[in-house]
Design a protein around this ligand. Sequence first.
Ligand code: CAA
Length: 285
Amino acid sequence: MEIKKICVLGAGLMGSGIVQVCAAAGFDVTMRDIEKRFIDNGMNTIKKNLARDVEKGKITREQMETVLGRIEPTLDLKEAAGDADVVVEVVIELMDLKKKVYAELEEIVPPHCLFFTNTSGLSITEMAAITSRPERFIGTHFFNPVPVMRLLEIIRGQQTSDETVEIAVAWGRKIGKEVVMVKEAPAFVVNRILCSMINEAFFVLDEGLATPEDIDKAMQLGCNHPIGPLALGDLIGLDTQLRICEGMHRELGDKYRPSPLLRKLVRAGNLGRKSGRGVYDYGKK
Ligand code: CAA
């Protein structure tokens, strides 16, 4: 099956990044979200990223216009997904909400359409099971910032077909990503390890072992990480980090208990860069 038209559901940080890399690879993409301001923000992010690439001489202004011309932002689900070959769903990490979206999509998409879910750790099999096409359903886990990070984790559900795996792997490579295949398990490979480390950094902070700056500095200089774990939590979003930890705790046991400090920050609305404040202060949003 040849993929021509892709529908991305979600225009946030991850959704807009996925739209950008798909359009840059030559696909026609619809970007759908539920409010105009989300779509406008998503388009602005893409324009800013591409303009930076023009400034750096990585692409020409004409190439930027061509990429932007392949993107169609919309609020209308039918318009977005009605003739899509693939839907990449980037809805917030709540299983019930994702299921609701798939129930709606089932009424709209053509029979051959594949469902790719960008989830940071939820069960692919559970989502696929509520659709009429579990064999055409697969997990495609991207990393933030999507245009920069080279990895794509591909997770096959219990009923995903070999053909769907092949198509998803080829698509991942076409949009410039290195692919690793992962068996389905809570948080997959990267987040199982990464979010455990970030969670531990919050325990370390809560115990007062060092300042946030020194915890981050220690991991950057001591382990050559590009960014410290607390700053990375702020980049990922502390609410997302908490949800991933809660999922691992629920399914894998007490070893993965979320840090109470992390929970407290989320309750206070300190969600990281996106809210203007997380562990660090980024100025008012
Ligand atoms: N969008 C697009 N490009 C971006 C960007 C963004 N949001 N942020 C940075 N870049 C680009 C810059 O333009 C720059 O490009 P060039 O090399 O062409 O000049 C490059 O990335 C480096 O950026 P900077 O020099 O501004 O800053 P930096 O060196 O501090 O790098 C970073 C920034 C790439 C984010 C780096 O800190 C990093 O790699 N951090 C780790 C990110 C990470 O671990 N992500 C995974 C999170 S886990 C996840 O996403 C999964 C999940 O489910 C939670």
